[in-house]
Design a protein around this ligand. Structure first.
Ligand SMILES: NC(=O)c1ccc[n+]([C@@H]2O[C@H](COP(=O)([O-])OP(=O)(O)OC[C@H]3O[C@@H](n4cnc5c(N)ncnc54)[C@H](OP(=O)(O)O)[C@@H]3O)[C@@H](O)[C@H]2O)c1
Length: 293
């Protein structure tokens, strides 16, 4: 069950900053946490809990042992201690929070902690050279389009899979798009790259991952962001870096325009259930955010 409720402003604990939330990112992780499937990830607090794990906003107060921020700073980062970001105020974890650089909007910044840094991490792990062929399985969602845009910026040849409605956004950023509802995905990729691809970043997992994984010339160059059983196939689960330095790097890439999230929906806080439902149906287009302030 989801409902709105009033709570006092959280008190920032050791290593936390209290922020006024401007924009909160919406992620599949939110409904997984709501279902109680990843209890260790956000402090394991009892329900009722506020949803949301990433946000951009303005610092209102600092907890003890917080370095690098002042009240009034515009920041973005992870709410890893259970504060929840679908809220007017919340606490972010200071080591997992960074300043928003001048020129970057809060809306874009709010998409960087999860989708933005996941894209950076997956491509860093693959370390493909310019000209290499990359398959992005599940290109149409928040992480997929971020991976694709960044990969195009690194001069990779990017092929992406998605359902019909995802073609336009993918092709607009230079992806060779394959509609998985229209036929044999493996045959369609082989038509473009008969010898297979140099790497795969997979957002889908399960049977879809198992279908496309053999397209990689080297099994170790299959990086999955959602399915840890990729190791059974010889591939690797994405190694995540949630620290401030990686957030700052993602912000610089966003400022340079090479990590440009495709934000397809901006909902007011009162529409948070609809925003999450869009993502929960498993076929989201780009990034969905909640504008709170
Ligand atoms: N490990 C981490 O730190 C980490 C970080 C971020 C995300 N994740 C996980 O990674 C996954 C993706 O995240 P996200 O934010 O990108 O989710 P998302 O925005 O919901 O996007 C998922 C995309 O996959 C597409 N898709 C579904 N089935 C497909 C199939 N068989 N073939 C190709 N595309 C398919 C969906 O649309 P269509 O089917 O309409 O094309 C949708 O666009 C989620 O499971 C999330 O929990 C993990």
């Amino acid at each position: 069950m989801q409902e709105f409720f009033d709570r006092p402003d959280p008190v920032p604990g050791r290593g936390e900053v209290l922020i006024r939330v401007d924009v909160a990112g919406v992620n599949p992780l939110d409904h997984l946490l709501r279902a109680g499937l990843v209890p260790g990830l956000d402090g394991g607090r009892p329900f009722p809990r506020v949803l949301g794990v990433e946000a951009a906003g303005t610092v209102l107060a600092l907890g003890e042992y917080v370095d690098g921020f002042e009240v009034g700073d515009a920041v973005f980062g992870f709410a890893l201690t259970g504060g929840g970001t679908y809220a007017e105020t919340t606490v972010l974890s200071a080591p997992n929070t960074a300043r928003i650089p001048a020129g970057l909007s809060a809306t874009v910044a709010a998409t960087l902690p999860i989708a933005g840094t996941t894209a950076v991490d997956a491509l860093d792990q693959l370390a493909l050279r310019a000209g290499a062929a990359l398959l992005v399985n599940g290109v149409g969602g928040g992480v997929g389009l971020a991976v694709a845009r960044l990969a195009v910026g690194r001069e990779l040849r990017v092929i992406g899979t998605g359902s019909t409605a995802k073609r336009e956004h993918a092709e607009a950023i230079g992806v060779r798009f394959i509609d998985y509802t229209a036929g044999d995905v493996v045959a369609a990729v082989r038509e473009l790259v008969p010898d297979g691809v140099d790497g795969i970043v997979d957002m889908v997992g399960g049977a879809s991952l198992r279908t496309v994984a053999p397209l990689a010339r080297h099994a170790g160059n299959v990086i999955a962001v959602a399915d840890s059983t990729v190791s059974d196939l010889g591939g690797r689960f994405v190694e995540r870096r949630l620290d401030r330095e990686n957030l700052e790097r993602a912000a610089r890439l966003a400022l340079d325009g090479v990590l440009a999230p495709v934000i397809t929906a901006v909902h007011p806080l009162s529409d948070a259930p609809a925003a999450l439902a869009t993502v929960e149906n498993g076929h989201a287009s780009g990034k969905v955010v909640i504008k709170v302030a």
